[in-house]
Ligand binder design. Structure first.
Ligand code: SAH
Ligand code: SF4
Length: 376
């Protein structure tokens, strides 16, 4: 299937962070306040065409029509889970799909956003890592996921986590402008505390993020020793634990929250033993990193050769950390019935002519529904 994504001769306005949009608008001879109006239409009101922008001067609108477009990735599938989790598969072209997941909770709605099609880090427990790497997403493709979600959901997104496919800090130049749009009051207006970048530990880029756009930080730790982490998260060979911990400490000086969240996927017999919990406590104490732990139940997939830790083991591990005074949560698994649980992202769509058995069954039970908020 050939995907047509807009007119290549036109500029996709979703690709501009606020300052860049102002420059572009100035470049076509318009005043800065026009850029602010346009930014609001594009992101606050999630417009998809210029005709709705009725408070813009007619000649300006005509110029926009001829030069620019507003384009998000085409939706391949839209699944709603029994627990309200909603997953979109988006067509990134050339037989690549990326995934965006919305997780509603009582007091908030969190959007899990992808930053790359595939990932080069190749963690052993991650299905994205096993698919290899296709390409970086562009700023418009990243912010377009939030644009699309706010357009289609009944309740707007209140929190964003960069925890979909890909390693956000290995696509820094496209991710940072998207983060700036998330934070801008004339765009999505989210506070820095409600936007989280999750990284496997790209140390130099953690420092650059601290400078460029210090949002909340989650670090995928997964192991208390270099020997085990080298095996599970191969980027550890380049940036070992001592460097990672030092980078976390530096980040805390500018972070919007006074802790780093350590993610830790629980793998049966691999990293889930009591002595490994004690080693984690020693690790974070010796580097004096104020942190919280988020224990993630592993979503198994055949090629990984790994198994999920039993519930009781996860609870015991959490208790050891909590008893040492470290706030520890166990991630709820959400959207299991639609393969939206983390680590399941988009693998099944590599060959778009095939839909996995689980997903096909789900589709029959729950037909795809597109909801429109009726907003411009
Ligand atoms: N690349 C970044 C962000 C995307 S991965 C990172 O690694 O932090 C987001 C989270 O999903 C990571 O903590 C990762 O460890 C977790 N994850 C990946 N595969 C998983 C699986 N099969 N089961 C449970 N969690 C998984
Ligand atoms: Fe990449 Fe994160 Fe998956 Fe590791 S866990 S392969 S860094 S997406």
């Amino acid at each position: 299937m050939q995907t047509v994504v807009g007119d290549p001769a036109k500029t996709n306005l979703l690709s501009f962070e606020p300052a860049a949009l102002t420059d572009w608008v100035a470049g076509i001879g318009q005043k800065p306040f026009r850029a602010k109006q346009l930014l609001k239409w594009l992101h606050q009101r999630t417009a998809t065409d210029f005709s709705v922008m009725t408070d813009l001067a007619k000649d300006f609108r005509a110029e926009l029509e001829s030069l620019a477009c507003i384009q998000t990735l085409p939706i391949l599938k839209d699944h709603l889970s029994a627990d309200g989790t909603r997953k979109w598969l988006l067509d990134a072209g050339q037989n690549n799909a990326i995934e965006t997941v919305f997780i509603p909770e009582d007091d908030r709605g969190t959007l899990c956003v992808s930053s790359q099609a595939g990932c080069t880090v190749a963690c052993r427990f991650c299905s994205t890592g096993h698919q290899g790497f296709a390409r970086n997403l562009t700023t418009d493709e990243i912010i377009g996921q939030l644009h699309m979600a706010n357009r289609l959901l009944d309740t707007p997104v209140t929190n964003v986590v960069m925890m979909g496919m890909g390693e956000p800090l290995l696509n820094f130049d496209a991710v940072v402008p998207a983060l700036r749009l998330m934070l801008d009051d004339n765009a999505y207006g989210l506070s820095r505390r409600r936007v989280t970048v999750s990284t496997s530990g790209v140390v130099p880029m953690m420092d650059r993020l601290a400078q460029a756009c210090p949002v909340a930080l989650a670090v995928s730790l997964h192991a208390p020793t270099d020997a085990l982490r080298d095996d599970l998260v191969p980027i550890n060979k380049k940036y070992p634990l001592a460097e990672l911990m030092a980078a976390c400490r530096r980040y805390l000086q500018v972070a919007p929250r006074d802790f780093i969240t350590f993610e830790y996927v629980m793998l049966d017999g691999v990293n889930d033993q009591p002595e490994q919990a004690w080693a984690l406590i020693d690790l974070v104490r010796s580097y004096d990193v104020y942190c919280k732990f988020n224990l993630i139940p592993f979503n198994p997939f055949p090629q990984s050769g790994l198994k999920a830790s039993p519930r009781s083991t996860i609870r015991q591990f959490a208790t050891i950390l909590s008893d040492a005074g470290i706030v520890t949560t166990i991630r709820k698994t959400r959207g299991d019935d639609i393969d939206a649980a983390c680590g399941q992202l988009a693998g099944e769509i590599k060959d778009k002519t095939q839909i996995s058995g689980r997903m096909a069954a789900q589709r029959q039970e729950q037909p795809v529904r597109f909801q429109s908020r009726g907003r411009p």
